[in-house]
Ligand binder design. Sequence first.
Ligand SMILES: NC(=O)c1ccc[n+]([C@@H]2O[C@H](COP(=O)([O-])OP(=O)(O)OC[C@H]3O[C@@H](n4cnc5c(N)ncnc54)[C@H](OP(=O)(O)O)[C@@H]3O)[C@@H](O)[C@H]2O)c1
Length: 331
Amino acid sequence: MKAALRDRYGPPDVVELRDVDVPVPSEDQVLVRVRAASVNRADLDGLTPRPSFVRLFMGLRAPRNHSIGVDAAGVVESVGPGVTQLKPGDEVFGDMFIGGQGSFAEYVCAPERAFQPMPPGMTFEEAATLPHSAILALQGLRRRNGRTIKPGDKVLIDGASGNVGPFAVQIAKSMGAEVTGVSSTDKMDMVRSLGADHVIDYTKVDYTKSGERYDWIVDTDSHHSIFRVRRALRPNGVYVTLGGESGPIFRGLVVGPLASLFSDKWTGLLIWWKPMHRPDVETLKELIAAGKVKPVIDRRYPLSQVVEALRHVDEGRASGKIVITMEEPAG
Ligand SMILES: NC(=O)c1ccc[n+]([C@@H]2O[C@H](COP(=O)([O-])OP(=O)(O)OC[C@H]3O[C@@H](n4cnc5c(N)ncnc54)[C@H](OP(=O)(O)O)[C@@H]3O)[C@@H](O)[C@H]2O)c1
């Protein structure tokens, strides 16, 4: 089979398409014939890697794991003897962050819990956009203690034009919030089309200095200091950041929660992420069935152009999701 692999850290050009053996599922694993995958910032973060300290876990000089790609949708080909829920022929989607990545390939093998049945009525391409980003969006709108947004809350999504942001905008709207999306100039119309009540162009306006106050801020890629975002929060407000460079990650882990000890506002990094968490997948399916969440697909690239697909996202050109497509199975 064809699989996208990399042997060293670096930009998307380090990725190569190679011929490798189709994996064989062991005890609790499921082998899926991938029909579509999608690109996430996490794939690019893993290539570089970003934040740089994750080299401590991924391999200091070179990555120990050569596979890439977390989001997949496809058809179960075979299952290990310990698999209880899925069977060959099932149409599934999943987050390969559970089980070693590798969705940019014709087949991927991962533990059964990485996959769940596809939302009814969705194409493989649509379903492939969901696992990583839509689940992060749901969990960014909820704290570890279960607190979430209420109807009428003012919610700001910083990074509304990327992978997670468009899902976060739609989910917050479905919960009755007044939603402000932040993006670059060219992508403001896309953010408006998702239902955002207000859109801020970050190249012209710094929302932390605008005087507006929010009940909840989800930041997909930190660009402001914790103390500045605290000023943009209403009393009892919450700021959840998902990622960024080493500095913002450290501040989100340590400084934000420490500052929250002396205040009614909570600021910090999302550390309660549970990929493919079953209750969240069910919520997502309900939102999709109700027409409240729709994936935004910017472009499709065949697997043979995986490097171009990664570059498209890396260079900030994507407006919504970039999908990687596989050839139709013969016969
Ligand atoms: N915490 C966790 O447990 C966890 C788990 C998994 C993944 N993650 C992380 O979550 C993040 C998800 O991000 P994503 O995939 O949604 O990222 P993305 O698609 O790259 O989106 C980034 C967003 O940031 C905006 N942006 C870029 N430069 C900006 C600036 N200077 N000021 C303000 N906004 C700017 C972009 O806007 P334009 O495109 O309009 O320029 C875009 O909307 C990744 O970093 C991933 O590693 C976290």
